[in-house]
Structures are given as C-alpha cells and as structure tokens.
Design a protein around this ligand. Structure first.
Ligand SMILES: [Zn+2]
Ligand SMILES: [Zn+2]
Length: 320
C-alpha cells in the first residue's frame, strides 16, 4: 500500500456528491472530514458516527486474544485503516461562519490548497484527529469519582504517552530511511510533517496529554492538592523533555529532546521576556531548537521505566 501522506492539496468531491450519513450535498459545506481512502463527509456527521461506534462497544468484534477491536471503519468503504480523521475547514470571511479554532485534540491548524468541483481554488485550514478523540468522554471525565480510578487514568494516559513517543521516533526513522540519501534536515522535517502515520502518533499523543491533564486535575481535587504528582517542575540542562504545543512547527510536537542550554529572558540569545531552552532532538541530534518554556515538558526519570512508573502512579511511591 502506498505511504499515507497528509494531503497539502485537496480535490473536493464532485458537484453531485452527498454525505453518506445525512444525504445532503457536500458542495457548499464548509467543515468537512476526509479519510485516507479519499471519502468525504460532513465533519459533524462523521464525528457523530465515531461517537456512536465507540459507545456501542458490545457490537464490536473481538480479536484473537479476546481484546476488543477498536478500529474505526470508513462509513462508505468499510476500510479499517482510517484512524486519522482529516478535518478541512473554510476560514472565516463571511459573518455567517465562525473562524475555525484548533481544539486541543485536533492539533494546530495548517493551511491546505482546496480545489472545488467548479474549478475554483481556495486556501482552507486542516487539522487531524485520532478517531477515539471524537468519542464521548474522550477526556475521561468519568475518572472523577474516586482516587483509584483517577490514578488508573493517569497511569494509562502516561503509558500511552510513553508508547506514543516511541512510536513517533520509529516513524521518524522510517522517514529518514525513505528520504533520499543526503537529504537535508529541513527536507526530512518537511516530509515528517506530512507523513500520515506520524500525524496519527501526534494525534494520539495529544489525546493522552489532554487525558493526563484531566486525571491530574481529578487527583489534585480528590486529595486537595496533597498528592500533587505533577509531571512538570523546573527544567534544567541535561533534562529529557517532551515537545508539545508548538504551533508554528507542528511536526516537532511529540518528539523528545535534551536541554542543552537555558536561555534567560532579555539576554543576547533570547530577546523575549520568557525563559527559553535550547533543545537537541533525540531523533536528530544535529537539530537544535530554541523553545519557550511552555513548549517543553520535563520527562520524569520514572517515565523511562513503565514498571516503576506503574508503581509510582498507583501508589505515589518512587522506586529506583
Ligand atoms: Zn453529513
Ligand atoms: Zn472510505
């Protein structure tokens, strides 16, 4: 199968095409979803399908080991490799439509070229969701009831982060191998940015990060802040960090790096009024970036080892 590359240009469906869910014409819609099989829907309709699919867990088939299959299928062609939902929105311009706003689960918005069936071209905005991000309670509000479930939620979301980060590093390696010999770092980065499987991992990471924040909030509330168990804390030289929330270079979100230098505000290397960090990426050590503090999340040492992390998360005790 050909590599899944996120389109930078969209050819919109023909004039008479309908959304198979609501049977309305797709022409004229300003908020669309597309799956990698090139089927289009109203975003709202597809989002409703995803919610219904994940809510109806009893009807899902189970795998060889009895685990539930949670692969969302395309409502048109039933392909099950459609975990990334591409959302394409028309930017505001008319007073009738609100400006698209990136939500925390759909990531930063990117400009894409759109060609309509009447031959006109426009620039729209795209964002990308992991299918389970659209299910009801995707942020695990149900973890609110007791401390144990909140800790469990914390563990599973952290574990998802660890796994997701490893997966992303593997995707980076795949891009490098696929790239032409001698390709420049910037070219590899560009390829990585539009590489579908990597965006799938970034979308999963966004979901886990948001879930973790919710669970941490529950733990804090239930323990009245006594068992803070926070991930952040001060960042220093040599710390391993996770990059997140970088809007202008979304392709680096989810990657790990190591802090090389702390750049205090109002200095020659950092004219801004917030602390910045010079970070070398673990997937590409020659690439050094200067990042704002809120784009850098320290990875605690416990997170390196899932077993000790499990113990720490569930009991609040740290072992080495
Ligand atoms: Zn529809
Ligand atoms: Zn399809």
């Amino acid at each position: 199968m050909a590599a899944y590359v996120l389109p930078r240009r969209y050819v919109m469906p023909p004039k008479d095409a309908q959304c198979v869910i609501c049977h309305e014409a797709l022409a004229g819609k300003t908020d669309l979803a597309r799956l990698r099989c090139d089927h289009f829907f109203c975003f709202e309709c597809l989002s409703g399908e995803a919610k219904a699919f994940f809510a109806d867990s009893a009807s899902r088939p189970t795998g060889a080991r009895g685990e539930q299959m949670v692969l969302f299928r395309c409502p048109t062609c039933r392909q099950d490799n459609c975990c990334v939902i591409e959302r394409i929105q028309k930017p505001s311009g008319s007073s009738l439509s609100a400006a698209p706003v990136a939500d925390e689960l759909g990531g930063p918005l990117r400009e894409v070229a759109v060609r309509h069936s009447d031959g006109t071209a426009a620039t729209w905005l795209a964002s990308y969701y992991y299918a389970t991000a659209l299910e009801d309670d995707s942020l695990g509000q149900s973890y609110a009831d007791c401390l144990m479930t909140a800790h469990h939620g914390l563990f599973f979301s952290r574990h998802g982060l660890i796994t997701g980060r490893r997966e992303l590093a593997a995707k980076w390696a795949a891009v490098i191998i696929g790239a032409e010999r001698g390709a420049k770092v910037e070219e590899n980065m560009e390829a990585f940015k539009w590489f579908g499987p990597a965006e799938q991992d970034r979308a999963i990471l966004r979901l886990h990060l948001a879930r973790m924040a919710v669970c941490q909030g529950h733990v804090r509330k239930l323990t009245k802040g006594k068992d803070d168990n926070t991930e952040s804390g001060s960042v220093g030289v040599g710390d391993d960090v996770w990059l997140c929330g970088v809007v202008r270079r979304p392709e680096i979100n989810g990657l790990e790096g190591r802090v090389k230098e702390v750049l205090p505000p109002h200095t020659q290397l950092n004219k801004s009024d917030v602390t910045r960090y010079r970070v070398s990426l673990s997937v590409c050590a020659t690439q050094e970036l200067s990042l704002r503090g809120d784009n850098v999340l320290r990875i605690p040492r416990a997170a390196r080892d899932p077993l000790s992390h499990l113990v720490a998360s569930l009991t609040g005790m740290h072992i080495n």
